[in-house]
Design a protein around this ligand. Structure first.
Ligand SMILES: Nc1ncnc2c1ncn2[C@@H]1O[C@H](COP(=O)(O)OP(=O)(O)OP(=O)(O)O)[C@@H](O)[C@H]1O
Length: 261
């Protein structure tokens, strides 16, 4: 294992669910500190791919995390390496924000032990950075959709893993909170060489943050490159059947839908 080894490497990753081929041979290599966003139309296989990368969705082919076969990793070892937020995480009833975010420290707390002052400091810091400190005593089920989505992210960031997998992390957030959350992830990436693999439907936001965009369609990678290379009018017409104008802003492509007349 060297610094240049990929954080994620998949080879010919295939998934079948309900008799249908959902992933049809996905090869992807992601290096430390990269931000890669997987885009694609509904049902393209984006969430399935994130699940297969972490070994949670049964797949054939190879999936390596830091050179280790993900299927051979123990749960605790994987939790120290990968923090992930699913598209619709389970909301446990009766659990407060503080207790939920503390769950992110589980892999750092000795078995049968309790959280340390350092664990509480990490959690407090994340809650402040995501403007959630006023919510610590609130039960999750009383939060708004956007507040809840930030709490899910807070738990993942409290894990202090090297790899962050986020499935549509900002789908419920207003534009200000989208920026706050993604800027925080970006800062952690720069300061701690965090590697980020995310899915996203907002292509303008994708273009603003990702180094690399992977377009998945029909379970296959059909484009892989910079946002400017991948997010094109032609690709969006072909794979999303979308009529859009793509404007190059200098900070990334801006995708504007064209209304039918
Ligand atoms: N357990 C299952 N049995 C059968 N089909 C499944 C199962 N789980 C997922 N699928 C199908 O696999 C396909 C890919 O699903 P996936 O959630 O990975 O897509 P996605 O690209 O993340 O979509 P979206 O943008 O809508 O979130 C979909 O057609 C979905 O219906």
């Amino acid at each position: 294992m060297t610094a240049a080894d990929p954080v994620i490497e998949t080879r010919d990753l295939r998934v079948e669910l309900g008799g249908n081929r959902i992933l049809d041979g996905v090869d992807l290599v992601v290096h430390a500190g990269e931000w890669v966003t997987v885009i694609g139309p509904n049902g393209a296989g984006k969430s399935t791919f994130l699940g297969a990368v972490t070994g949670l969705v049964p797949a054939t082919g190879d999936a390596y995390l830091l050179g280790r076969d993900v299927r051979r990793m123990r749960h605790r070892e994987r939790a120290r390496l990968v923090a992930s937020v699913a598209q619709s995480p389970v909301v446990p009833p009766g659990v407060t924000v503080l207790d939920y975010v503390l769950l992110g420290r589980t892999a750092h707390i000795p078995r049968f032990g309790r959280e340390s002052a350092a664990d509480l400091d990490v959690v407090h810091d994340v809650l402040v950075r995501l403007e959630l400190h006023a919510f610590t005593g609130r039960v999750l089920t009383t939060l708004s959709g956007g507040e809840l989505q930030r709490v899910f992210l807070a738990r993942a960031l409290a894990q202090q893993a090297r790899l962050l997998l986020l499935d549509e992390p900002t789908s419920a957030l207003d534009i200000g909170h989208q920026q706050e959350v993604l800027d925080l992830v970006d800062a952690l990436r720069r300061d701690h060489e965090l590697t980020v693999l995310t899915t996203m439907h907002d292509l303008s936001i994708t273009g603003a943050y990702a180094d690399r965009v992977v377009l998945l369609a029909g379970g296959r990678v059909v484009a892989d490159g910079t946002p400017r290379e991948v997010i094109t009018e032609a690709a969006l017409a072909t794979h999303y059947q979308a009529r859009v104008r793509v404007i190059d802003t200098g900070d990334g492509p801006l995708v504007v839908p064209i209304r039918a007349r």
